[in-house]
Structure formats: structure tokens, C-alpha cells
Design a protein around this ligand. Structure first.
Ligand SMILES: [Zn+2]
Length: 362
């Protein structure tokens, strides 16, 4: 379909040449080139039509342009979706228009719909980059920190770490010092009531929860007290034989042992607990005033724990659940669900090889 290709690029060329002659005409020509590109899909071999990104990942947003940058920017001039807006912000940074990039990213952050954690991580990263281009890196500090808290995309996290490396080089990394599993004595666990417990059957799946209580404290004693409080609520309040979860992860990324893996958990309702390891991240990952996102350290520890369990018990990526996959509940909250889903997608695509695990002590 050489004619279509010719017409398509010709009309695009005219559209560009006529940019100053009237927005209505430009819009009409853009519509025509879109129409031609759309027609080409039903007409055999087709020219490479531009398709705006639909997913928000480093490989769709942070890639060099396949078209001349300004041409791609023209296509994205009316972008409305987060993916297209974020792509536009990144291209605007490429052509050093940081103010425009700030505006594009702001449309994702403050648009009519609250952004997903993943979309927000990219928007905040791009805003931080824009502030740096404007010579006001300090104004992007909050965006950078928030992006680091939320980022699940492996490449985005690498970029954020590389950005922050000089400043943090002298500080010891908490995770490497303190990630060892905290045993039950550390949080002064009450003894279990055996008659209320069932032995665990072979482990085949695992489920992620949030504690649904706002919690940002990283001090070991405060975290231990919080876990003891949950055990008390589960035993006294609900009559369980022990805390319902097998593992809990505090905001600094420490992993605490809850119910022993020799016992079936009590976290997912009835038979959903069979062969199911329960992992609870401390925090309330709902949107709203008492909501919060999981910390980057918490997410990192969750991944290590999940990968360690997957390897030890030969659990498939398909058998990693959010609580809400098993029963009607918001748990682990809309700020956490996309993070889990992203992890599962990564694990489905690449297996566990890319992730560090936490084999010791499981
Ligand atoms: Zn839950």
C-alpha cells in the first residue's frame, strides 16, 4: 500500500508545514492522517502508524522516539491518557522544555482521576527531572522521594537509585543491616492456642494484605508493639489461635515472623487459607486522609520474601494473590494492588531470576 504510505507521510508533512496557519486546519489534517493510518490496518501490509503508548512502563515512556521528536509531540498534543501524557512529558524533557513537562506531568497527578501508584511514580520522576532542568533540583526533592516510594518498574527504580546514590553513599543501607527475619520473641508474641490451629497442608499459594491502620513508624520497638496489637486483636477479638498472618513487613522493610508456617493461616477466609501463606504489610494503603503508599523498602522486602517463598515451595507467579482476589474486600488497598500486580507481571515475564530472594530463615 505504497499510496497510503505516501499520502500519510505527505499529509503529515503538510500538517507540520501548516502549523502556523490555523489550528482548525491542523486538526483536520491530523484527523485525516489518523484515518488513513486506521484504514491501513484493514488493507494488508501497512506503513508504520504511530500508536500512542497505552501502558505506563519504562519501555513505553522512557524510550528514545521512533519518529522525529517534534512529530511525536505533535501526535501527542491532545493527549488525555496517563500513558500519553507521561510520554509527552518525557519528550518535552528531551527537547528541553521543562515547564511544559511539569504541566504534562501535573495533568496526570491532578487530573480528574487519582493516578495509580505506578502512574504517579513516573509523573513524579518526570517532574523531578524537569525541576533539575530548570536549575531548581531542590524543588523536585519531594517528587523524587515519592517516586522512589512508589516505583515498581525495575528500570525506573534503577534511575531513581542512580539519582540518589551520591547523597546516600555515606549512609549505611538499612535493608542490608536489618532485613534478617525478626523472630517471634522480638515482638514478645503470646503463646499460641494449639486447639484453635490447623496444621498447614502443602504450600501452594500466597496472599498479600495490608494492616489497614496508618503506620509509618520504623523504630523496632514501635513495630513490635504494633504486631503484638494485631495478635491481640486476632486472638482476643476474633478467637484465633495466633496472629493470622505468617509474615509482617514494617515500613523500614524489616520482616517479622508471625504464625509459624507449620500452621494454616487465618487471613483469607475459610478454605482460602488452605496452603496459603499470609503476608501483611503494616500500613493503610487506601486512598484518602488516613491512607498512605507502601514504602520502597517495604515493597523491596515483600519481593524478596515472595521470591524466597516461591523458590522454596515452588509456588507459581499465578498463585500470588491480593486479598481482594479471594473475597470482596479492598485489602491490600488501591495504593498497593497495582504494586503487587506489577510484581506478578514481572515474575510471570522473567521468572524469579531478576529478583533477590530471602532464603535464609524461611
Ligand atoms: Zn487482607
Amino acid at each position: 500500500m505504497a499510496t497510503i504510505e505516501h499520502l500519510s507521510s505527505d499529509s503529515l508533512g503538510r500538517a507540520r508545514a501548516n502549523r502556523r496557519t490555523g489550528p482548525a486546519r491542523l486538526a483536520w489534517l491530523c484527523a485525516l492522517s489518523w484515518l488513513l493510518a486506521a484504514c491501513a490496518t484493514t488493507a494488508g501490509p501497512r506503513p508504520r502508524a504511530y500508536a500512542p503508548p497505552t501502558a505506563v512502563t519504562s519501555s513505553t515512556i522512557l524510550q528514545p522516539p521512533a519518529l522525529p521528536t517534534q512529530v511525536e509531540l505533535d501526535y501527542l498534543a491532545r493527549a488525555k491518557t496517563p500513558a500519553a501524557l507521561l510520554r509527552r512529558a518525557w519528550l518535552e524533557l528531551l527537547v528541553r522544555r521543562p515547564q511544559a513537562a511539569l504541566d504534562s506531568a501535573a495533568q496526570v497527578l491532578y487530573g480528574p482521576f487519582p493516578p495509580s501508584a505506578n502512574d504517579e511514580s513516573f509523573a513524579r520522576y518526570l517532574r523531578a527531572q524537569a525541576w533539575t532542568q530548570l536549575g531548581k533540583a531542590e524543588r523536585g526533592q519531594y517528587d523524587r522521594e515519592r517516586a522512589a516510594e512508589l516505583a515498581m518498574d525495575v528500570e525506573l527504580r534503577r534511575l531513581l537509585l542512580a539519582d540518589s546514590a551520591p547523597a546516600e553513599a555515606s549512609a549505611p543501607k538499612l535493608a542490608s543491616l536489618d532485613l534478617a527475619l525478626q523472630d517471634r520473641a522480638t515482638w514478645k508474641a503470646r503463646a499460641v492456642v494449639r486447639k484453635e490451629l490447623k496444621p498447614m497442608t502443602p504450600i501452594t499459594r500466597l496472599t498479600i494484605h495490608h494492616s489497614a491502620m496508618y503506620f509509618r513508624d520504623t523504630r523496632p520497638a514501635a513495630c513490635a508493639a504494633q504486631i503484638l496489637r494485631i495478635q491481640h486483636e486476632h486472638m482476643q477479638g476474633r478467637g484465633y489461635g495466633d496472629i493470622g498472618y505468617h509474615f509482617l513487613i514494617d515500613p523500614s522493610g524489616r520482616i517479622w515472623k508471625g504464625r509459624g508456617l507449620e500452621w494454616q493461616g487465618a487471613h483469607a477466609d475459610g478454605d482460602n487459607n488452605v496452603g496459603n501463606v499470609g503476608i501483611c504489610l503494616l500500613g493503610n494503603f487506601l486512598r484518602g486522609r488516613s491512607g498512605q503508599g507502601p514504602t520502597a523498602a517495604q515493597v523491596e522486602s515483600m519481593q524478596r520474601l515472595v521470591v524466597g517463598l516461591m523458590r522454596k515451595y515452588r509456588i507459581d507467579a499465578e498463585a500470588i494473590y491480593c486479598h481482594k482476589d479471594l473475597k470482596p474486600t479492598e485489602c491490600p488497598g488501591p495504593l498497593m494492588v497495582p504494586v503487587v500486580n506489577q510484581m506478578v507481571r514481572e515474575l510471570q515475564r522473567h521468572g524469579t531470576a531478576r529478583f533477590a530472594d530471602l532464603a535464609a530463615g524461611l
